[in-house]
Design a protein around this ligand. Structure first.
Ligand SMILES: *[C@@H]1O[C@H](CO)[C@@H](O)[C@H](O)[C@H]1NC(C)=O
Ligand SMILES: *[C@@H]1O[C@H](CO)[C@@H](O)[C@H](O)[C@H]1NC(C)=O
Ligand SMILES: *[C@@H]1O[C@H](CO)[C@@H](O)[C@H](O)[C@H]1NC(C)=O
Ligand SMILES: *[C@@H]1O[C@H](CO)[C@@H](O)[C@H](O)[C@H]1NC(C)=O
Ligand SMILES: *[C@@H]1O[C@H](CO)[C@@H](O)[C@H](O)[C@H]1NC(C)=O
Ligand SMILES: *[C@@H]1O[C@H](CO)[C@@H](O)[C@H](O)[C@H]1NC(C)=O
Ligand SMILES: *[C@@H]1O[C@H](CO)[C@@H](O)[C@H](O)[C@H]1NC(C)=O
Ligand SMILES: *[C@@H]1O[C@H](CO)[C@@H](O)[C@H](O)[C@H]1NC(C)=O
Length: 872
């Protein structure tokens, strides 16, 4: 915070020094000077050369003010001298158009500056979308100013920044600044990053700003008395992959004056529970003789966070010199220490440093299509309701008046299910945009001045249970479809519309023609839609928790286990952990995994699996019937999966059985849904860490279930696992990024699933030493590079697949194994795309059998072919 504070002043103190005229690239920058009159917008801020615009168009309410001129405010930069304050409403929001899934530096500035002459520093809350960002108290400086800065990945195309009244003071805001950052920079294991410190080490007192920093970070000078300053006039090159440090920042450094002492930097956390990241920028900027070595060890709070590092000469790399696992600091006091290793002949050095803490924004925003729909409705009607700002549903205390939502849990996007606009003075026709609220159950438009006919689309909104149109000026006949819905139980209220005839027959032939055309369309839709709906249903019921009544989880004694397996008579499989035996429990078959005493899959993994499976239920996760935990005797009892594992079927080990293309796609979809459930359906979310074809089991109807959760981890355990201890999984399926960086995210499962998908497509095993490229990922990449697409397909399919769906599946598999985890799709996307593959395949099949040899199906084939996959 103090870092940022300084720049308010220094922006002006350095005005004449660093003023540069040439225009810099400000691609994607959003720079809003809140309270600026429209007629003065836009303008170029002379110090930073950044173009600021007025906030008109981003916010609805509020009034504008200007800070009072007192000596210390002389230094306040222009964008922060005017402000917008919000005497009305509890929550007031700025709605910004951003790019989804983009890493943004987001800075908000609040300067009270006694604008109202009352000299009372306000206190209020700042929200990012539905989540609290910070409780602000502007008493921190003489004239009341606060800067909050985070690095955050956007989840949708809309970003709401809101100020919320918490007591009697009036919220205000001076500026909002958004800067898109390069992909893959500043990753956080969970949540977003809040900036605490951004220093470069120099004895000068120059703050480095845009345009020198192309991302508009503010670098403050910092130095300690026991340090020696070094700098260079030579060019220091940047191979950091997007951190783009200004030359002025990286060309100076600190080194300990007493060469045998370490460089130490300490900082305090706002809360002792915070997790923190240190980004340490190191480049050797001294001419080092050939017989000299500089090797640095970096220790954070007593733990090595980075192994011995030899800084590159006149080149800096970063992303490397940071703790991948967030640090926790006892008592909230943190420290990094750079010391020379015994091999080193030179003291350590450090050029710049950024410190962040993790900040969580756990509440999901309302489904974006619902948000767009409701905003469209509001603008169609010209509604200007004070509460209709920010997220429509969450947090609940600020939800829009008249809008009702279903909020399942914080990780599920809320949906709008009721809309009450009664007595809102609406005029005009009932807008079409209502049909985009696809989960709406109750619609109340009573007591307005709505005109026109009752639209047919209301009948097509399956979710609707109740429509109230009382007290309007609607006219004409009521659509037959709506009357049919009414018979089917829809509550429909139409009183007080004097020109509306409910059971009249239309006198106008035009209407009849239109109606019959419509019903023709409706019939066509009714024929086509069920296919899609059926598939949708399947997907969504997949997420429903299964009541585990018939298979109640329970604990068994070892003698019961022995009895149910008839003394471990029939062994179904063996592994590093022990054996899997067949058993019978209440006359039902079960699979009993008996964990051997010498197993490497120790007690910890057994416990992980039991705890996970007792808590998590999903149709695509194998379910646990019971377990045995008796001293050294451990066993897990699962539901029996008649058809073994996927690998056996792909390798032909299961004799006659043959998986055709559509069965393979179904198995892929179901496995993907199981993994997706772990990632987004569980709380906390889980990573499976051992997705592979032998862990995908097949039931009697070849329904797929994911098994073996011994290595599963929740995303949030981060801080308790040391960096280098926990790479786990199976060779051939291991995410290279996780392997190299120890960076565990759900995308590692996506990688492994990509390999499984390649197995499904090609029939090839994940590792096969007799292949020229023994790793399947390499094999597929090289085949694709040679354009050898057909020969990737499993010959056991005997060509019985279609090009469109198989290539789409292949392209999906390749995107899952992208070396960069951020480029990989998430499992929701994967499941969705696989569903599309199946739809394509089945629709083509249908079309082919319906009109065999028709030229149309050829045309479709050709148009799909152009969509061929490419190795990326
Ligand atoms: C944001 O995008 C929407 C839809 O594209 C557009 O209507 C609106 O004017 C944009 N708002 C701003 C402030 O650019
Ligand atoms: C640093 O600032 C002080 C006053 O704040 C000034 O006297 C001094 O000359 C400055 N030093 C440099 C190197 O700019
Ligand atoms: C430093 O390197 C950049 C890019 O390689 C180049 O454009 C610039 O001219 C160099 N500056 C100096 C002083 O060599
Ligand atoms: C430098 O540091 C070492 C180790 O802390 C210490 O023993 C030595 O006295 C110091 N030298 C000077 C000149 O301060
Ligand atoms: C490196 O070589 C220089 C001159 O050749 C010598 O003065 C210096 O002591 C050497 N340094 C080490 C660590 O051997
Ligand atoms: C939002 O709703 C639409 C329409 O029902 C749906 O297609 C989409 O998947 C939903 N988005 C999310 C993130 O749930
Ligand atoms: C409904 O949503 C779709 C897609 O989001 C959009 O193209 C369409 O214009 C919307 N319809 C109305 C009437 O707003
Ligand atoms: C309703 O709309 C009609 C036509 O626009 C207008 O004449 C009438 O005054 C309106 N009634 C009310 C109560 O606003």
């Amino acid at each position: 915070m103090e870092t940022c504070m300084k720049f308010l002043f220094l922006a002006f103190a350095t005005f004449s020094i660093i003023h540069q005229v040439q225009s810099q690239d400000q691609q994607g920058f959003i720079s809003i000077d809140c309270g600026l009159p429209s007629n003065e917008s836009p303008y170029v801020e002379p110090v930073t050369d950044i173009t600021y615009t007025s906030d008109a168009g981003f916010v609805h309410g509020g009034k504008t003010g200007t800070i009072k001129k007192v000596s210390e405010t002389d230094f306040i930069a222009k964008p922060y001298r005017v402000l917008r304050y919000f005497p009305d409403g509890t929550r007031n929001c700025y709605s910004l158009n951003v790019t989804q899934d983009t890493n943004y530096l987001i800075r908000t500035v609040f300067v009270y500056g006694n604008y109202d002459g009352l000299n009372i520093f306000p206190r209020f809350d700042l929200y990012l979308g539905p989540n609290i960002w910070k409780s602000l108290d502007l008493r921190r400086t003489g004239f009341g100013a606060v800067v909050e800065e985070i690095i955050h990945v956007t989840r949708s195309n809309i970003l709401d920044i809101c100020v919320v009244k918490t007591g009697t003071s009036t919220p205000l805001i001076s500026a909002i600044e958004l800067r898109p950052l390069p992909y893959n920079t500043y990753p956080a294991q969970t949540g977003s990053l809040k900036n605490l410190v951004r220093y470069y080490f120099t004895t000068s007192n120059k703050t480095i700003l845009h345009p020198k920093d192309v991302h508009d970070r503010v670098w403050n000078p910092y130095f300690q008395p026991e340090w020696t300053h070094i700098d260079t006039t030579l060019n220091v090159s940047d191979s950091s992959g997007g951190y783009d440090l200004p030359q002025d920042v990286i060309a100076t450094a600190a080194t300990p004056t007493n060469a045998s002492e370490p460089l130490i930097f300490t900082w305090n956390l706002e809360s002792a529970d915070d997790e923190t990241y240190a980004y340490i920028y190191v480049a050797d900027i001294q001419q080092v003789r050939a017989n000299e070595t500089r090797e640095i060890e970096i220790v954070g709070n007593g733990k090595v966070i980075f192994p011995p590092y030899r800084p590159k000469k006149f080149e800096f790399e970063v992303g490397m010199l940071t703790n991948t696992v967030p640090l926790k600091c006892e008592g909230g006091v943190c420290r990094v220490q750079l010391s020379e290793t015994p091999r080193s002949t030179l003291p350590p050095l450090m050029n710049a440093l950024e410190i962040f803490t993790t900040i969580e924004f756990p509440q999901s925003e309302t489904n974006q299509s619902d948000v767009i729909a409701i905003k469209t409705i509001a603008s169609t009607y010209g509604l200007n309701k004070v509460s209709w700002q920010g997220d429509p549903c969450v947090p609940k205390q600020f939800s829009w008046i008249g809008v009702g939502c279903s909020v399942i849990d914080i990780s599920t996007p809320p949906r709008i299910i009721t809309l009450d606009l009664s007595g809102s003075g609406l005029s005009g026709v009932i807008p079409h945009g209502i049909q985009n609220l696809t989960q709406l159950q109750e619609l109340d438009l009573s007591n307005n001045n709505l005109t026109g006919e009752v639209p047919e689309f209301l009948a097509k909104m399956d979710s609707l249970l109740k429509i109230n149109l009382n007290g309007n000026n609607l006219r004409g006949p009521l659509p037959q479809a709506l009357l049919n819905r009414k018979k089917g139980g829809l509550q429909l209220h139409l009183e007080g519309n004097k020109d509306l005839c409910v059971s009249c027959h239309s006198k106008f032939p035009v209407v009849v023609v239109v109606a019959s055309l419509c019903s023709l369309v409706a019939i066509i839709i009714m024929v086509l839609v069920p296919v899609f709906i059926l598939r949708r249903r399947k997907t969504s019921t997949g997420k429903v928790m299964r009541p585990s009544l018939e298979m109640k989880n329970r604990r068994f004694t070892y003698s019961e286990v022995r009895e149910m397996t008839n003394n471990f008579q029939v062994v179904l499989g063996k592994g590093g952990f022990g054996v899997v035996c067949r058993g019978f429990l209440n006359n039902e078959q079960v699979a009993v995994k008996v964990i051997s005493h010498s197993s490497t899959q120790g007690y910890k993994e057994f416990k992980t699996e039991v705890e996970l499976l007792l808590r998590v239920h999903h149709v695509n996760l194998v379910s646990l019937v019971g377990y045995c935990d008796e001293g050294n005797d451990l066993a897990l009892i699962y539901e029996f999966m008649e058809n073994g594992n996927l690998r056996e079927h792909l390798s032909g080990k299961r004799g006659g059985s043959f998986l055709n293309w559509s069965s393979r796609l179904k198995i892929a979809i179901e496995s993907a849904l199981g993994i997706e459930y772990l990632h987004i359906g569980c709380k906390p979310p889980m990573v499976h860490r051992d997705v592979k074809s032998t862990n995908i089991l097949l039931g009697q109807q070849f329904e797929a279930k994911l098994a073996d959760f011994g290595l599963s981890r929740s995303f949030l355990v981060g801080s308790q696992t040391h960096v280098s201890t926990n790479v786990a999984g199976t060779l051939g399926y291991l995410d290279p990024e996780y392997y190299q960086k120890n960076w565990l995210t759900e995308k590692s499962d996506v990688y492994s699933f990509g390999i499984v998908l390649l197995e499904i497509i090609s029939g090839q095993p994940a590792i096969e030493h007799s292949r020229e490229n023994s790793y399947l990922s390499e094999w597929a990449t090289s085949m694709l590079a040679n354009g050898d697409i057909e020969s990737i397909m499993d010959p056991k399919l005997h060509g019985d697949y279609d090009t469109a769906s198989s290539w789409k599946a292949l392209e999906l598999a390749m995107s899952c194994i992208n070396p960069s985890s951020r480029e990989r799709p998430n499992m929701t996307r994967v499941a969705h795309e696989l569903n599309e593959c199946l739809e394509i395949y089945e629709n083509l099949g249908k079309r082919r059998s319906q009109d065999a040899n028709s030229s149309k199906s050829m045309v479709h084939n050709i148009s799909f072919i152009s969509d061929s996959p490419s190795a990326r």
